[in-house]
Design a protein around this ligand. Structure first.
Ligand code: ZN
Length: 131
């Protein structure tokens, strides 16, 4: 298993990690296979969406904030239930195909780490399978 470290900059943040995941794939020497990307946190997530226009992930974060209000009658005493719920909605993992040593993504797609309760030091794990 490989990992990358991320320092998020604010309470809500999206960080394009495509190049870092591609570097892990390149270092592995595996030309054909899959990479499983896993976020080992309960208030963060990973998603694939448009990387060309940075407004897209801003809109996603804004609308998630409407779906899941920061304050409600949450039971969790730590005060960050909204972040936990967003983490579950967006998800902790993605799987991306590898062909000719490169991630198989659509023209506009990028892999984003999503921070819902920052700023924090975070990790992303990646397991690369040949096949
Ligand atoms: Zn919590």
């Amino acid at each position: 298993m490989k990992s990358i470290s991320i320092k998020t900059g604010s309470q809500f943040d999206t960080i394009n990690i495509t190049a870092q995941i591609q570097n892990l794939v390149g270092d592995s020497g595996i030309a054909e296979g899959l990479v499983h990307i896993f976020v080992p946190h309960t208030t963060a997530a990973v998603t694939i969406n448009e990387g060309a226009d940075p407004s897209v992930v801003k809109d996603i974060m804004k609308e998630l904030g409407k779906i899941v209000p920061l304050r409600d009658d949450y039971l969790h005493m730590e005060g960050n239930s909204a972040a936990h719920i967003k983490s579950t909605l967006v998800g902790a993992s993605e799987v991306v195909m590898i062909e000719n040593g490169s991630l198989v993504l659509g023209t506009w797609q990028a892999i984003f780490f999503c921070e819902f309760d920052g700023p924090r030091n975070r990790k992303v794990f990646a397991k690369i399978f040949e096949g």
